[in-house]
Design a protein around this ligand. Sequence first.
Ligand code: GRF
Length: 202
Amino acid sequence: MTGRLVVLASGSGSNLQALIDAAAEGRLDAEIVAVYVNRRGAFARTRADEHGIPQEFVPMRPFLDAATDDRAGREAYDRDLADRIATHRPDAIVCAGWMHLFTRAFLDRVGVPVVNLHPALPGEFPGAHAIDDAWAAHLDHGLARTGVMVHLVPDEGVDDGPVLRTGEVPIRPDDTRETLEGRIHELEHHLLVEAVGELIGS
Ligand code: GRF
């Protein structure tokens, strides 16, 4: 049965596009039923619009401003987002450049697998600057490879959880940070589609 996906994507959305294309071309038996972004100007919104996929910008700031502390604000946001997502009855939620950590309030509420994509190998360079960190390690002590992982999000760990797919990306002597990033994204697009396909049994 065609899997229902909600995609959370707050950047350029090239990984969202990879999922859209794979579904359109029959390589992924999935329907992307909604896209949420947490940055107003995210290009992912345009991509969703172009393909007739409902998209919504849900900023965290109002929740933080209304709460007594940061944690309470994040939890209130997560509950609200989980409830919005639930209206689309997804089989899985894919974080494709969401750049935001979930609290248990979200994970306990959604009740379906949450998948995350990270541009580094398991246990290496967690956080928002993985490609910069790998590039710095290359310049500093000759790191010769980095990679990509797709994993489940079982808890509040940062870029950590049961691994669905990994792939290495060699760092070549003639690479620039930009050429390295390009190859990382290329592999991400491929591995994300594979991992999501396997997860939803397509
Ligand atoms: C990807 O590198 C992903 O691994 C990271 O954010 C980036 C999103 O890229 N978490 P895009 O918005 O899909 O182009």
